[in-house]
Design a protein around this ligand. Structure first.
Ligand SMILES: [Zn+2]
Length: 221
């Protein structure tokens, strides 16, 4: 798992979904999540994030010198990191325990949110490909609905190929965006009579009819 302290230098991304595909390990410090999600941070945190028990040892530099700075716990219990981007004027950054507690995606929370938003039958199951789970089943036929979150196209394609080989039957593949869904992936899914869907962000979901919820997921084969 990459250190959450090393993940910092990405531009602001205003979609909670696309944000997930930019964070290797799906873990980062609160300030990193907040910078990317802005006003959606608290909502996303409540819905799908959980605290990781291991505090960060490095802080991505808030002033933006491009480095990560060691977090020091002083004898009085205070937490500080020091930015030496300007050697003549080192800047001390005072931190709280919450500041250095990484937040990671809870797959169980995310699965429940998506099942509710898309009116899927809850049927979670672990799957071998990395960052990939079965969150539920689509319709009364029980077609598996599988969520994968990958940071690059080659990784996404490997997951698609492995799922097609393992499941050997129809399934629905969900992903935060269609950025990694290219022609070879489309071909692989077609062989398995599987479909790809990019559901609407769960944070935008509001109570509605079952029919309207199903419209939130557009299938592509
Ligand atoms: Zn710095």
């Amino acid at each position: 798992m990459p250190s959450p302290s090393t993940i910092n230098s990405r531009p602001t991304i205003n979609s909670p979904w696309s944000c997930l595909e930019t964070l290797p390990g799906l873990i980062a410090l609160p300030r990193v999540w907040r910078a990317r999600l802005e006003e959606m941070f608290e909502r996303v945190k409540a819905l799908i994030l959980q605290a990781n028990a291991t505090p960060a040892q490095l802080l991505p530099c808030p002033p933006g010198c491009g480095l990560a700075h060691e977090i020091v716990c002083r004898p009085d219990g205070s937490l500080v990191a020091t930015c030496c981007g300007d050697p003549n004027r080192p800047e001390e950054i005072v931190l709280t325990p919450a500041d250095i507690t990484p937040l990671e995606v809870s797959w169980s929370k995310l699965g429940r949110v998506l099942c509710e938003a898309l009116a899927l039958h809850g049927k979670p199951a672990a799957l071998p490909p990395p960052n990939t789970i079965q969150i539920g089943a689509w319709s009364d036929d029980g077609v598996p609905a599988i969520l994968t979150i990958q940071v690059c196209r080659p990784a996404f394609r490997r997951v698609v190929a492995e799922l097609v080989a393992r499941l050997q039957g129809p399934f629905i593949l969900l992903a935060p965006t269609s950025d990694h869904f290219d022609a070879p992936c489309q071909e692989l899914l077609a062989h398995a009579r599987a479909a790809f869907a990019r559901p609407s962000p769960p944070t935008n979901c509001s109570p509605g009819s079952r029919r309207s919820r199903k419209r939130r997921m557009r299938l592509r084969t």
